[in-house]
Design a protein around this ligand. Structure first.
Ligand code: DC
Length: 214
């Protein structure tokens, strides 16, 4: 079983992907964490969003320390912004492609895989039988992210998180390679007024009764 979950920042796609993985005993890959890990590795080398070149950024992918994907250090707004910048570079995306497809075709555990990101249903796994596209109003997403970061002890303010997210959304949706967009056959869920349980229940019902279940 393969499930693709795409969506905007703080839309609830990661939470949904984790819950689906646990429910169906699937391996889960948070592909945003790959771009964040690369962003953090480049920042630590003193390379900021304005000075990193495409080949240089892409050249770091093969040797990327994948344990960074588990690090709390990738969960900052600075790293998110850097991730979004490097994710717009076609050579970077190309170098992450096989890792993601290999994970789906040969999951490290479980009975299949769920991948969440921006282009899973559209580019990485266009034949996935189950695809979701998760989105919510920007203001609501920024509010969720502000509370999440504050809950982790980061001193952030709503208006800064809102502005960072607006810019990142624009970049993710507007880039020419694999922009954030719903695959034509994805089930779209607007989570603006839904909690995580309601989103999970809706996704489950699509999986159990939708065309991909046959
Ligand atoms: O899902 P996230 O917020 O952790 O993702 C961080 C950035 O990585 C996001 O702004 C865009 C990029 N990204 C991407 O371009 N493609 C993916 N499949 C996942 C993330």
């Amino acid at each position: 079983m393969i499930i693709a979950v795409d969506g905007s920042a703080a839309s609830g796609k990661g939470t949904l992907a984790k819950r689906l993985a646990s429910h169906y005993d699937l391996a889960h890959l948070d592909t945003g964490a790959l771009y964040r890990a690369l962003g953090l590795a480049l920042l630590r080398r003193g390379l900021g969003p304005d000075i990193v070149g495409e080949e240089e950024a892409a050249g770091h992918v093969p040797d990327l320390d994948l344990s960074l994907t588990e690090s709390a250090d990738i969960r900052t707004d600075e790293v998110a912004a850097m991730a979004s910048v490097v994710a717009a570079l076609p050579a970077v995306r190309q170098n992450f492609l096989s890792l993601q497809r290999d994970f789906a075709s040969n999951p490290p555990h479980g009975r299949g895989a769920v991948l969440d990101g921006r282009d899973i249903g559209s580019v990485i796994l266009p034949d996935a039988p189950f695809k979701f596209f998760i989105d919510a109003d920007l203001e609501i997403r920024a509010d969720r992210r502000t509370r999440e970061l504050q809950g982790k002890g980061q001193s952030v303010m709503f208006r800064d998180v809102f502005e960072d997210m607006r810019i990142r959304d624009e970049r993710d949706r507007g880039r020419s390679t694999a922009p954030l967009c719903a695959a034509a056959d994805a089930v779209a869920i607007d989570t603006s007024s839904m909690d995580a349980d309601a989103v999970f229940t809706m996704a489950l019902s699509h999986i159990e009764t939708g065309p991909g279940s046959k």
